[in-house]
Design a protein. Structure first.
Length: 215
């Protein structure tokens, strides 16, 4: 039995069949992420991922219908934890300026702790697998839509029409995506400067929106 399908928990209690299945599924996701650190998704194989997870290629199909499905799950994982952290951070602030600072700081921390996921997203959002590319684009748009709802909470910004708020949110998300990709290859000593630049860009977008007149 492989390490990903051990029969007991860390505390020594027997694992249920469902718990073993979940562990193996996660082992496959982790194995794929390890491969994706230096390669595109289209360049890794089901056989390689299965071997790294400690199972046979045939057993792979007990967890995913295909490599494409595994990739889509990775996309979902990549955005879900960031969205949760952003929501928690925004819930603790009241002023737009503080919101910008909290969002930028959260993003920098999240890239640091979820580096493989961001590397995967950065490569695949313009990569060769169409389903992954379109799903990543939808997730980014969903993130922007959620930000529109947040911006409505603030005086003046909340008075902008939906189209204008959508522009503001889209620009902010574009800055966040660029920041995440820049952080992937930046040395730790550059993080503070990247954070300041990100905050400044976001503030400039917000300030410009306050003087925006679509007419």
């Amino acid at each position: 039995m492989s390490s990903s399908e051990v029969a007991t928990t860390d505390a020594g209690a027997p694992l249920t069949r469902q718990e073993r299945k979940l562990r193996t599924r996660q082992a496959l996701l982790d194995a794929a992420l390890d491969q994706l650190e230096s390669r595109s998704f289209g360049a890794i194989s089901l056989r390689e991922v299965s071997r790294a997870a400690g199972i046979t290629p045939t057993a792979f199909y007990r967890h995913f219908e295909s490599m494409e499905e595994l990739g889509l799950v990775l996309v979902d994982e990549s955005f879900a934890s960031l969205r949760e952290m952003m929501r928690a951070g925004r819930a603790e602030v009241q002023a737009p300026g503080d919101d910008i600072r909290a969002s930028a700081s959260t993003l920098v921390r999240h890239v640091g702790t979820h580096h493989p996921h961001y590397r995967f997203i950065a490569r695949e959002r313009s990569g060769g697998i169409a389903s992954l590319r379109s799903t990543i684009a939808r997730e980014i748009q969903s993130f922007s839509n959620e930000l529109v709802d947040d911006l409505r909470r603030y005086p003046v910004l909340g008075e902008l029409d939906h189209a204008s708020l959508d522009l503001v949110a889209g620009l902010i998300v574009t800055v966040m995506v660029a920041t995440a990709e820049r952080l992937l290859d930046a040395p730790p000593e550059d993080e503070a400067a990247i954070l300041r630049t990100t905050e400044d860009r976001m503030r400039l977008i917000v300030l410009g929106s306050l003087r925006w007149n679509r007419d």
